[in-house]
Design a protein. Structure first.
Length: 322
């Protein structure tokens, strides 16, 4: 769930929009336009060029981005990370996810070139408690023209590489790898195109000497078959306005995402990664795994397996198996 201060801030932004003469029907139309844009994966500044679409983003895509990033960052919670650079921070969904998920963070430098998006994020930030406000430092600047990034212990990209051309994206990721002292995190939409971007950055970072921590349990060539893609899911609560603008009935939705968690130093990997929801039955559990030997395998754990079966019953899609 979104932290209560952030949930309240998003609701207040909608009320401000309505008080200024906006309407619920207009917001619904803005969401329809935003959805069409996202289907084409024209993210970031390309997808939010109107005020209405920016508000629709706040109601729907902002919570989804927050939850996906927070879910990934839990993989490095407890590492004592004190500094972060968020590249392509947009309206600060990923920066705020980092601030709330990693309590050790003291400074988050949020780089975004779209002043309108950043202004929305700053408006939300001003509604947070002082401890969060002190951590997040938004900066409006053109990212692709930067030859280097500020040094930090963590560099984060969330749903931002899709805005860049292939070589431009590779350049900024290389700069990020050189800038970070320890961790680099990339989160992309859980689509075939998002996965292709992840694969390209995976190869780039391996060639630079990076160490894959997650989701890959190995540094071999990706074994995913043609037509399939490695992605994961996080469930998030929908607010009243979220449901309204989408015309949805369920109180939740599942955000699909792809990601990479890379370290500059050797780090422990899991023995395998669960690639889809396990099939759990009365006496056995069947799951699809990417294993440390660079293969995808179907594994069956029955009651006869004892402890491995008990462990498998608690495993979820995206978990690492040690």
């Amino acid at each position: 769930m979104l932290p209560n201060p952030l949930k309240k801030a998003l609701e207040e932004e909608v009320l401000i929009f309505l008080e200024k003469g906006g309407s619920a029907a207009v917001l619904k139309e803005g969401q329809k336009q935003l959805h069409q844009t996202y289907q084409k994966e024209l993210l970031g500044r390309h997808g939010q060029e109107t005020v209405v679409k920016r508000y629709a983003y706040l109601l729907t895509r902002f919570p989804a981005t927050y939850h996906a990033v927070a879910h990934v960052l839990k993989g490095i919670e407890g590492q004592g990370i004190t500094s972060c650079v968020d590249v392509g921070a947009g309206s600060l969904a990923s920066s705020l996810a980092a601030a709330f998920t990693l309590p050790s963070l003291e400074k988050i430098t949020s780089l975004e070139q779209d002043a309108n998006l950043l202004a929305i994020g700053q408006g939300l930030l001003q509604k947070m408690e002082q401890s969060i406000q002190r951590k997040v430092h938004p900066i409006c600047q053109r990212i692709s023209s930067q030859e280097s990034l500020p040094a930090s212990q963590l560099v984060l990209f969330s749903y931002s590489l899709g805005e860049m051309e292939g070589e431009e994206a590779r350049k900024i990721v290389r700069n990020a790898f050189f800038a970070t002292e320890q961790w680099l995190v990339i989160v992309e939409p859980g689509t075939p195109r998002g996965f292709q971007r992840i694969l390209a950055m995976r190869q780039e970072l391996l060639e630079l000497g990076g160490h894959l921590v997650a989701p890959c349990p190995h540094a071999w060539a990706c074994p995913m078959s043609t037509g399939d893609w490695c992605h994961f899911s996080v469930r998030l609560e929908r607010s009243f306005w979220h449901r309204y603008v989408k015309g949805a009935h369920l109180g939740y939705e599942d955000e699909k995402y792809c990601y990479l968690l890379v370290s500059k130093q050797a780090a422990t990997q899991g023995r395998a990664r669960v690639l889809s929801s396990p099939e759990k039955h009365g006496g056995h559990v069947r799951m699809k795994l990417c294993t440390s030997d660079g293969k995808i395998q179907e594994k069956l754990f029955s009651k006869k397996c004892g402890l491995p079966y008990q462990t498998a019953k608690k495993i979820s899609w995206g978990d690492a198996m040690q």
